[in-house]
Design a protein around this ligand. Structure first.
Ligand SMILES: [Zn+2]
Length: 156
């Protein structure tokens, strides 16, 4: 499967990584109170790669026998974690980010539509705006762009 179509489910210790994968354009499910059993079951039924920091999860039979694809994230540093996962699965930042809060697809909105809904300085200096239909937030490139560029540099 091409890397851009991969989807993920992250364990409860990887909330920050989930947000970053979304900003990089990847479908990354995350629930902060999910138990191991449910995490494994949902990863399997939704055909997602399970990302975990927990060695015990990696020993569960569904994973040991390859029913569910899982990857053990070894670093505790967020930048290192992004690089680990991106290297393992050949991920490159995708052109369209997903909402870091809720993993939804973002819609592009015009500058006019963003007027009055973003801070005046942002309105003046930015031209591309995206709207999340799920949480109603508006995003613009500068939000996380510098760090995405930094990550892009590390993956090149
Ligand atoms: Zn949202």
């Amino acid at each position: 499967m091409p890397a851009e179509h991969l989807t993920f489910f992250l364990d409860t210790m990887l909330g920050r990584l989930a947000r970053w994968l979304r900003l990089l354009g990847y479908d990354a499910a995350y629930e902060n109170e999910i138990g191991d059993w449910e995490l494994i079951r949902r990863s399997g039924s939704e055909d997602r790669i399970l990302l975990t920091r927990d060695r015990d999860v990696m020993r569960r039979w569904q994973i040991a026998r390859g029913r569910v694809v899982a990857f053990l994230v070894s670093s505790s540093d967020i930048m290192e974690q992004i690089v680990e996962v991106a290297t393992e699965f050949g991920l490159q930042p995708r052109p369209e980010a997903r909402c870091p809060q809720d993993n939804s697809d973002l819609n592009t909105i015009s500058r006019e539509e963003a007027r009055g809904r973003v801070p005046p300085y942002v309105f003046k200096t930015q031209k591309d705006f995206h709207f999340c239909p799920a949480c109603g937030r508006i995003f613009w490139k500068a939000t996380h762009w510098e760090r995405i560029e930094q990550i892009r540099g590390r993956l090149a």
